[in-house]
Design a protein around this ligand. Structure first.
Ligand SMILES: [Ca+2]
Ligand SMILES: [Ca+2]
Length: 166
């Protein structure tokens, strides 16, 4: 049903993977494993809860290091999420950095900062976040549950789709 056209993120070319591997090794100081501390030495990533969360999700044996295998497996896992439910659950787990089962205003802000920090000022971000939560927070607890989160994703997908082709 539906969605016959491929998404741009649905597969990584060999070149993209190699480029990623080079960046990974550079971050890791030429080694094939990366610690969270090393990641946090990057000025643009320091203290970012979202980065911490991605790291934890990818670090399958939870030893505090990310090997290139962990990392590429994580990337492949993301690219291989085929159903909309899989994708939205994965995104939800990423956004919900404190694993409370709800996405708070702060968690949504962190996520937006990482994905589009150049696009908006702090004030605009706050506005976007509170509008978004206000619009989808059906039970009025000030946070987004998985169901509310999925409704939000569907709305933003519709927005971007109507803006592009057709
Ligand atoms: Ca949370
Ligand atoms: Ca809610």
């Amino acid at each position: 049903m539906g969605n016959a056209s491929g998404r741009p993120t649905a597969g990584l070319s060999k070149t993209e993977l190699e480029r990623m591997h080079r960046r990974f090794r550079r971050l890791a100081g030429g080694e094939d494993r990366l610690s969270l501390a090393t990641l946090y030495e990057q000025p643009d990533l320091a203290g970012n809860a979202f980065v911490h969360r991605i790291f934890r999700l990818f670090d399958t044996d939870q030893d505090g290091f990310l090997t290139w295998e962990d990392f590429s497996a994580g990337i492949h896992q993301i690219c291989g999420l085929s159903t909309e439910d899989d994708q939205s659950l994965f995104a939800f787990r990423l956004y919900d950095t404190d694993q409370s089962g709800r996405v708070s205003e702060k968690e949504l802000t962190d996520a937006l900062k990482l994905s589009g920090s150049q696009l908006a000022t702090e004030g605009q971000l706050q506005q976007i976040v509170s509008n978004t939560i206000g619009e989808h927070d059906r039970d009025r607890d000030g946070e987004l549950s998985l169901l509310e989160f999925r409704a939000m994703l569907r709305t933003s997908q519709q927005d971007s789709e109507s803006g592009s082709d057709f």
